[in-house]
Ligand binder design. Structure first.
Ligand code: GTP
Ligand code: MG
Length: 333
């Protein structure tokens, strides 16, 4: 996401992507049009929003009582990021979810076991990421709702099966199917420029899980994977049955998403360090207030701050840029 799209714009875009009916979509698009920073870098995106508004205004209203579309993609976002588990059949996506969360997806030693999404929370330090187990990415199992879910993802965990001699072909096939649905999986440091940003295409930062590492004892298949994908993705050899190899992935995920945690306190009381507000860096005092409540940001006069390299309790204004670990005490107008 381009850095200069503001939190209110992003929130409106999120509402657009999550909308399941046209009036809500139209309302969100109008809001996005009002909120989008107006400069050359967003001209293409502005034109796209305008075109979508025009199209929706022309579209006939849905007939009341018509069949309701399935909305399997509609999983409310929780925690510090929503991360779908993506990959060919039988590579251990459900087993991974089972190993790192409290969820109980069906795991079986044959392909096409998973048919509907299952969410689970993966804890890391004092934050949690929401993982979503999906049906495999294959022609016979790919459904429309998966596209919208993947469009909204904060990152992707892509799976390869180290027990299979076909792992490279299987991965290539899955990536080609995603590409057909205008989803490209990219390097974690890849940033989409303003000019390339479009509501109809996405590029997602991706972490490649080389699963079933226990079944590749000599590391030969891992070597093939590294040769083909090592410059494109960071690769994590993992044994999902034993839950081994996950720590490096979790730490890199937090860093790569460029997240930071700030804590709030009320006067005379310490902050609750178990309950951070998680923000995308760079983030300001106003962004933190906005995350608590939209109105809160508008009513904010100033904040007091505690943190590394800061004088305890010094006053800061709304545009002050926060660091991971800062503690804030909000004062309203
Ligand atoms: N040895 C070993 N087996 C694994 C590992 N991860 C998964 N498995 C096994 O691989 C098989 C497939 O696992 P699933 O988690 O159902 O695979 P999936 O990717 O969810 O499959 P679909 O739902 O069909 O897409 C099961 O028999 C698992 O027990 C692993 O790390 N090591
Ligand atoms: Mg599965």
């Amino acid at each position: 996401m381009p850095a200069n799209l503001t939190p209110p714009y992003k929130a409106a875009e999120q509402r657009y992507r999550e909308a399941t009916d046209d009036p809500t979509r139209l309302e969100a698009l109008n809001e996005m049009m009002q909120l989008i920073p107006k400069h050359k870098g967003t001209e293409k995106l502005q034109a796209e929003i305008k075109a979508k508004i025009a199209k929706l205004k022309k579209a006939p209203a849905a007939k009341p009582g018509g069949a309701k579309a399935k909305s399997l993609d509609n999983i409310p976002r929780e925690g510090a990021g929503q991360i779908p588990l993506v990959g060919p059949p039988n590579c251990g996506k459900s087993q991974f979810l089972k190993a790192v969360t409290h969820a109980h997806p069906e795991v079986a030693d044959y392909p096409f076991t998973t048919r509907v999404p299952t969410a689970g929370m993966m804890p890391w330090e004092n934050v949690k990421f929401q993982l979503i187990d999906l049906p495999p990415i294959a022609l016979q199992s790919f459904e429309g709702w998966m596209t919208s879910l993947l469009f909204r993802a904060d990152a992707i965990f892509l799976f390869a099966d180290l027990s299979s001699d076909d792992l490279l072909d299987d991965l290539e096939r899955a990536l080609a199917i995603l590409k057909e649905h205008r989803i490209s999986l990219d390097h974690p440091e890849f940033e989409v420029s303003d000019e390339d940003y479009s509501l109809d295409e996405v590029s997602k930062r991706t972490f490649l899980i080389a699963n079933k590492a226990d079944l590749d004892e000599d590391g030969i298949r891992l070597g093939f994977l590294q040769e083909s994908y090592g410059t494109k993705y960071p690769i994590y050899p993992i044994n999902s049955q034993a839950g081994e190899g996950v720590a490096a992935l979790e730490t890199d995920l937090f860093r790569s998403l460029k997240l930071l945690r700030v804590y709030t306190k009320t006067p005379g009381h310490p902050a609750d360090l178990n309950d951070p507000i998680v923000l995308s860096a760079p983030a300001t005092v106003e962004d933190a207030a906005y995350q608590i409540h939209k109105d809160f940001a508008q009513r904010l006069a100033y904040a007091k701050i505690w943190g590394k390299g800061k004088f305890d309790g010094s006053h800061v204004h709304n545009s002050f840029v926060l660091a991971d670990g800062d503690v804030l005490e909000f004062h309203l107008k």
